[in-house]
Design a protein around this ligand. Sequence first.
Ligand code: IPM
Ligand code: MN
Length: 357
Amino acid sequence: MAKHIVVIPGDGIGKEVTDGAVEVLKKADDIYHMDLSYEWKDAGGTAYDKYGVPLPEDTVDACRKADAILFGAVGGDQWDHLEPALRPEKAILGLRKSLGLYVNLRPVKIADSMIEYSPLKPEIAKGTDIMIVRELVGGIYFGKRCESEIVDGAEQAWDVEKYSVPEVERITRFAMEAAKKRHGHVTSVDKSNVLASSRLWRRTVIKVQEEEYPDIRLDHMYVDNCAQQFAIHPSFFDVVVTSNMFGDILSDEAAVLSGSVGMLPSASIGEETSLYEPIHGSAPDIAGKGIANPIATVLSAAMMLRYSLNEDKAAEAIEKAVNETLEDGFRTGDIYRDGMKKVNGEGMTEAIIDHLK
Ligand code: IPM
Ligand code: MN
């Protein structure tokens, strides 16, 4: 049966990198006969310029019907002055909420061959393989907020951090299931020494583990300590489960540990459909120059094949092709070192396609 993919390039380098990933998917389809079909839709600042809104209804409708969504990136300085509801970021936040994409998976692995790119000392970076499971449709991102009010003559603004037991239970179960397929270790990150919402988070995680996953090793860390441990002992971690806000910050920290943000994929998973996107943003400074590294989006497409389309073999083949392309010395500017083969985005895409079997 045909598998339908909605591609949302978005802004900045989003178009270049999704184009590259679709080329790789088409080659994989030739080999593995997956019967993939594609449809392109607008979102972000690009959509605002065309239709006056960052997330057109038509885009959301197409996503609802899709088997999976491949997303580039949104954002750019030219839209920074817009009111919050019209900003490009609203596109991705709106998609997460309206499609119920409650899990964000961000794997960060430092392969031995890429260890020199890490800002960490090699002996600290070695063996790092973290799966961050970030709650994506709750917490302070979607809580009540007030942009501005005057109280006792002073202007103030506020945002509410709130979690319910069912919200924490479902993200905990997802993290526990992920750990089962990995090394059986979950670290839950919170700020329960200060926040009531974190205390509910922690006791809910403990209850789910005790009642449903007694074989999973569970520990807890305060978010500030976790930020330190990522930098001094990253190989301690297997699966990290945390709230929307803490996950946003910690996943960026974990991403830079690899030294190659241009290579990290992510998946945002819901009950009905899921969305796959590179971790890096829209990088307006290099957009349109053709030099953006497509690897993060290519690897996101591989995650899509694995998690949404049940095409594990094709996913593995793409991941292998990326590894071999890197082993053969192909490098875009962001990861270039003397003596390696410097290529632009298109060159990297072609090299990956040549390696794909
Ligand atoms: C991310 C991004 C988004 C977030 C922004 C663009 C709203 O930083 O996917 O991590 O904060 O979740
Ligand atoms: Mn972020």
